[in-house]
Design a protein around this ligand. Structure first.
Ligand SMILES: *Cc1c(COP(=O)(O)O)cnc(C)c1O
Length: 225
């Protein structure tokens, strides 16, 4: 069984403190159920409209991660159950997550997504936007969020040196935040970085969550993200 071999190979290479998020986007609930039957419990999806029906169909002890861009008007659909939102890229989005957390009587865990790639991508905070967000005077009042760390995506390049540099930069930002005095809703412990093509480098640079899709489930049937 390919899925079983893939999961075992990747999990066996994980150092203590680093966990595997199986990215199941575009794959049917049956593929997730197969990984679940093998004991895997941590899954990631990049779209709310794909995550919600899968959540409804599958066992409730699955830990669901939202890893793709999140629009404020969709937060309400995942607020009751999401384990960790990796893609917070604005203060406005944090405010909405806080509001929906309050409505659902829970604290929602989030990561701040930082733009670390050399290429043009649309999403993520620049370093200066990250520091501006941390200094936002309205932040300490958001009591239904817990900011657990940072997320980033490296450039799509064959240059392992470039990828290593980008992950090292994210780790460096994380360490800088650890030395800052931050509001009480910060509980920094997670660094989400590494995908199928670059997760060994991410692990070497201190990742605590790798997000791996195609190296587990095979290629997706479409080319656009
Ligand atoms: C799709 C996706 C992944 C996994 O990509 P693979 O190359 O299939 O491992 C990881 N992170 C994000 C944000 C994604 O959208």
């Amino acid at each position: 069984m390919i899925l079983q071999e893939n999961l075992a190979r990747i999990k066996n290479g994980l150092p203590t403190g680093c966990r595997l998020i199986a990215v199941s986007k575009t794959h049917p609930a049956s593929a997730i159920a197969e990984a679940y039957a093998l004991g895997h419990r941590i899954f990631g999806e990049n779209k709310v409209q794909e995550l919600v029906p899968k959540y409804e169909q599958l066992p409730k002890d699955i830990e669901w991660h939202l890893i793709g861009h999140l629009q404020t008007n969709k937060v309400k659909y995942i607020a009751p159950f999401v384990h960790l939102i990796h893609s917070v890229d604005s203060f406005k989005l944090l405010e909405e997550i806080n509001k929906q957390g309050k409505k659902n009587n829970r604290t929602i865990s989030c990561l701040l997504q930082v733009y670390i790639a050399a290429e043009d991508t649309k999403f993520g905070l620049s370093d200066s936007e990250l520091f501006a967000l941390l200094d936002n005077p309205a932040l300490p009042a958001l009591e239904n969020i817990s900011i657990k760390g940072l997320m980033g995506m490296a450039s799509l390049t064959a240059s392992t040196e470039q990828i290593r540099k980008e992950f090292a930069h994210l780790k460096n930002l994380f360490d800088t935040l650890l030395n800052k005095t931050l509001p009480p809703q910060f509980s920094l412990q997670e660094l989400s970085m590494g995908m199928s093509s670059d997760y060994p480098i991410a692990i070497e640079q201190g990742s605590t969550y790798i997000r791996v899709g195609s190296a587990i489930f095979g290629n997706r049937n479409y080319t656009t993200a």
